[in-house]
Design a protein around this ligand. Structure first.
Ligand code: GDP
Length: 323
């Protein structure tokens, strides 16, 4: 029997990988699409015709009720959010409405229309913020350091609460940073790999950066969407940390990207206070042993390969443009 999945945030990095993965498994994939003045299908252009599009918005419960009615999903993946940490300071209320209250909206739509559907919430390692222990695992207390982190923490607990209150199959995946050639250009990995490619090709001459000492546990988004699906295939719903178990500084990221194009990063990187955040998450390092043991989840792409894949993709993109 064909399964149906409803994905919010389907045009984003994770949504596009998840949609590909589910289409390969012969799911009917429904994507919630938010009206924007300029349509953005860049990440899903190759599968656009295979997706059943539903217009809606996480801040509009009525549109979500309709989306659940129309898609009649077996699985719902809530990947939509205001997902960029830095923007959450200048837009804290919109971040709260979308990233926090949006979760209650979609949970309510599922509870009212199809409470037996399985639900995945995209929680985030940013909830650990000022980390209370290292490495961070499912039981580590949260201490968010941004309006984004605070909003994700609400989304996490409301998901747990719907599981406990209504006996819904609702899971929360606490995913550490995950990247790919489809990552938005504002995130540090893609900003760096794009700049390394542009500088190599003479299209850019410097790279302005914030805090190079921050440490992150960066994995490949294509690996991480498999964990989302696995969480919904278990006997019981639960929450899982998904990470690589390695941490690297932003400086190491810059070094690997520039080494790949045979340039010395120190000649191009300029520190600019504009990119330093009001409160920083200094160190993230995840312990995903529970996911490995209980879900059988395995990581395929390591940090260096990930950065090099992203620089190569950006080089290819600009070489295509220059031709
Ligand atoms: P986040 O972990 O979700 O905030 O992911 P980001 O990719 O936006 O940022 C990762 C880390 O890189 C944070 O600690 C930032 O402070 C740091 N960073 C340093 N310079 C920059 C920059 O120029 N842009 C971004 N986005 N992050 C930077």
């Amino acid at each position: 029997m064909t399964k149906s999945a409803l994905i919010t945030g389907i045009t984003g990095q994770d949504g596009s990988y998840l949609a590909e993965f589910l289409l390969e498994k012969e799911y009917r994939v429904y994507g919630l699409r938010r009206r924007t003045s300029i349509p953005n299908y860049e990440n899903v252009v190759h599968i656009k015709d295979k997706i059943e599009w539903i217009d809606g918005d996480l801040t509009d419960l009525s549109s979500l009720v309709r989306a659940v009615q129309e898609s009649n999903p077996d699985e719902v993946y809530n990947l939509g959010a205001q997902s960029f940490v830095a923007t959450s300071w200048p837009q804290p209320i919109a971040t709260g409405e979308i990233t926090a209250m949006g979760v209650t909206n979609i949970l309510e739509a599922v509870r009212i229309i199809k409470p037996e559907a399985k639900f995945y919430q995209a929680s985030s390692s940013e909830m650990f913020g000022k980390v209370q222990e290292t490495p961070q695992k499912e039981t580590t207390p949260f201490w968010p350091r941004s309006p984004y982190g605070a909003a994700k923490m609400y989304g996490h607990w409301i998901t747990v609460n719907y599981r406990e209150s209504f006996n819904m199959y609702a899971c929360s995946g606490i995913l550490f940073n995950h990247e790919s050639p489809r990552r938005g250009l504002e995130f540090v990995t893609r900003k760096v790999t794009d700049a390394a490619a542009r500088i190599k090709l003479g299209l850019q001459h410097e790279l302005r950066m914030g805090n190079l000492d921050a440490k992150r546990d960066w994995g490949f988004a294509g690996d991480y969407v498999k964990a989302m699906w696995l969480m919904l295939q278990q006997e019981k719903p639960d929450d899982f940390v998904i990470s690589t178990g390695e941490t690297h500084t932003v400086e190491e990221l810059v070094q690997i990207a520039f080494d790949y194009v045979d340039l010395d990063w120190k000649e191009y990187v300029v520190i600019d206070k504009k990119f330093v955040r009001p409160a920083e998450v200094d160190l993230l390092l995840g312990d995903c042993s529970k996911a490995k043991k209980e879900l059988g989840w395995e990581l395929e792409v390591g940090f260096q390969d990930l950065v090099e894949m992203m620089v190569q993709s950006d080089l290819d993109k600009y070489r295509g443009v220059i031709k």
